[in-house]
Design a protein around this ligand. Sequence first.
Ligand SMILES: Nc1ncnc2c1ncn2[C@@H]1O[C@H](COP(=O)(O)OP(=O)(O)OP(=O)(O)O)[C@@H](O)[C@H]1O
Ligand code: SF4
Ligand SMILES: [Mg+2]
Length: 382
Amino acid sequence: MKQEPAESALVKTNQTGSSESSPFSKGAEDVNFGSLPIRFALFTPPSCFNMPCMASILEVRDLRVTYRSRGGPAFRALDGVSFSLESGEVLGVLGESGSGKSTLATSLLGLFCANALTVSGTVLFEGQDLLQAKPGELQKIRGNRISLIFQEPSVALHPTMRAGRQIRHVLAAHGTKGRRGFDQRTREVLEQLFFAEEAERIRRSHPHQLSGGQRQRVLIAQAIACGPSVIIADEPTASLDPTTQMEILGVFRALRKSLSLTMMFITHNPALLAGFADRILVLYAGRVIELGPAQGVLASPKHPYTRSLFQSIPPLASAPRQAGKKKLPAISGDSFSSSVPREGCPFEPRCPERMDICKSREPGLVNLSETHTVSCFRYEGQ
Ligand SMILES: Nc1ncnc2c1ncn2[C@@H]1O[C@H](COP(=O)(O)OP(=O)(O)OP(=O)(O)O)[C@@H](O)[C@H]1O
Ligand code: SF4
Ligand SMILES: [Mg+2]
């Protein structure tokens, strides 16, 4: 009899959003968002955000990473990033290419490129500062307590190694012993991600024999093999077609529920976070520029960059006749120039709402509510 994998591929996702200032404002209508047709229901995910019992599992304070660059000033990839990850929540991290998302993901596990010039701040995981941890201590945490799913599955998987063996490597690094133990756990995790009949074939396959979605599932299997409490997924759906994106998102939802995972889900596509993330953190030029409950940020983004980002995504739902006529707003300039040391707000050169003060001073974080902060002079004194 055909055995079904745990909810995973079969899960159809609910999406969320409302209000006037964003493409997420259409309530329960069907909306096409970017390349992804999505149903936005007025559905609140099982949010941990406002639950008083929540405790931080990971706390990042003033994280700064600069890279040595040839002939120019050191490049600030992360510039004073602070946030916490609450136990059981999904934190969505949004930002355009180059905003520092991957640097943030790898920094949390103390993985730095050789040309990382300075690293400072704290990354507290269950009370231990991972930036101060010895290599042996970090090794026990990586893949075991905190797993990172790298951005590109075709690069993250070893091309000459069968999928099953790649999962076994993670198990071996964290204490699983004996061939029987390896085989049993490898089968278990693959069967959480694939139908039982398919799982055996996948286990014996090399990455080039798998589709993009299957490779992504193998990476997820690797990530959950040792039963971590935190998963950091760096754009896990970026290279997939819209249908497979939704399937993989369904896998994450199901795993979150069945394994009580805490997740940091990195993407440049806000639509993927609707109905899935509890909170959203928006990165711009290595800085946190907005952080708040997912529903609030998606429905009513406050920072001019977040607003511009949402507005620049094509509303495919519009009637085909109108679609060709309406010019899509774009954010002028690029984020690279904003990471070069300069005075003022990093978004100032591109900001449609800039004021005189924005050129000379950098805005701090303003609390709009207990749960929503934004870095913009527009909200100071409100
Ligand atoms: N090893 C490195 N040396 C120099 N600069 C780097 C290095 N790694 C990243 N950067 C720079 O740091 C900035 C942030 O890079 P990062 O990969 O974190 O961005 P990202 O938000 O993940 O982008 P994407 O969405 O394209 O994956 C980029 O401008 C990038 O060029
Ligand atoms: S501080 Fe000024 S330049 Fe920066 S986002 Fe706000 S209005 Fe725009
Ligand atoms: Mg990246």
